[in-house]
Design a protein around this ligand. Structure first.
Ligand SMILES: [Zn+2]
Length: 266
């Protein structure tokens, strides 16, 4: 399924695989000028390629290497002749994408076919707009935000998912996410375009709520660690029980990973 919406000059392509009439996990691509930010997942790649016919997209810029952001790369290059760009730290993983996906990832998104983007520089020209490329590690080590300072548009990808995002994958680092969200907040963005296709405006209160929540969690986890508590105990203390997402994602997304993500240092 693909839902197309217009937000001023930005076009949002919100995509997801429908199962029993429902989309459980959305992914998104955004068009600014002749540039497309991210390419969604493999399962929606054909639909996206079809939807982009006649829209003048010349290049795809990826935000990070996860399969729900790069899955359309190779098909869009083949069908529409677009050029591909990605953060330098993503390139090797895009050429040889992760094949060891969890079953829910295979079902929802599918494995990304290999693609060979060129490295993105510090700025992207997108029609009348210029997007700054801002490294924002934490969700993944290679994630970048594309930011248009005059319009205040922040294409945040998975840097900001929800005001109180409290499940993580095991490689995530919530202290880094907090630092990157604070750095973004200091730029005073007006709109956040998220990796799941949510257009958040005004951006400031949503970003502030997340920053406050992550700061509170960081302090509580540090306190509990100082008392010698282990992560499973911390989960009980903070949330009462483990997230239902843990079962849905075969253990990939959990409160325990979220708690552990604060114990890694920044
Ligand atoms: Zn991601």
């Amino acid at each position: 399924m693909i839902r197309i919406s217009q937000h001023g000059p930005v076009t949002c392509f919100k995509m997801g695989r429908e199962i029993n009439g429902q989309v459980m996990y959305w992914c998104a691509a955004y068009q600014v000028g002749e540039v497309l930010i991210d390419s969604g997942c493999l399962h929606t790649a054909r639909e996206l390629a079809q939807a982009l016919i006649g829209r003048g997209v010349r290049a795809v810029y990826n935000t990070h290497h996860h399969e729900d952001h790069i899955g359309g790369n190779s098909l869009l290059a083949e069908r529409l002749g677009v050029e591909l760009y990605a953060p330098p730290a993503s390139l090797e993983r895009l050429a040889d994408p992760d094949k060891e996906l969890y079953p829910y990832q295979m079902l929802m998104w599918g494995p990304a076919p290999p693609s060979r983007p060129q490295p993105v520089g510090e700025e992207v020209v997108a029609g009348d707009f210029r997007l700054k490329v801002i490294p924002a590690p934490g969700h993944s080590d290679d994630l970048v935000v594309y930011y248009e300072p005059d319009q205040g548009w922040a294409f945040v990808s998975d840097l900001w998912v929800a005001p109180r995002q409290k499940t993580s994958r095991d490689h995530e680092n919530s202290r880094q996410i907090l630092a990157a969200q604070k750095a973004l907040a200091a730029r005073e963005p007006k709109v956040m375009f998220t990796g799941m296709g949510d257009v958040v405006e005004p951006a400031a209160p949503a970003l502030a709520e997340s920053i406050a929540f992550l700061e509170e969690m960081a302090a509580k986890v540090a306190d509990m660690a100082a008392q010698g508590m282990e992560p499973p105990q911390m989960v009980k203390e903070l949330f009462g029980r483990e997230s239902s997402l843990m079962a849905h994602t075969q253990g990939q997304l959990s409160y325990e990973n979220f708690v552990r993500s604060f114990l890694k240092g920044a």
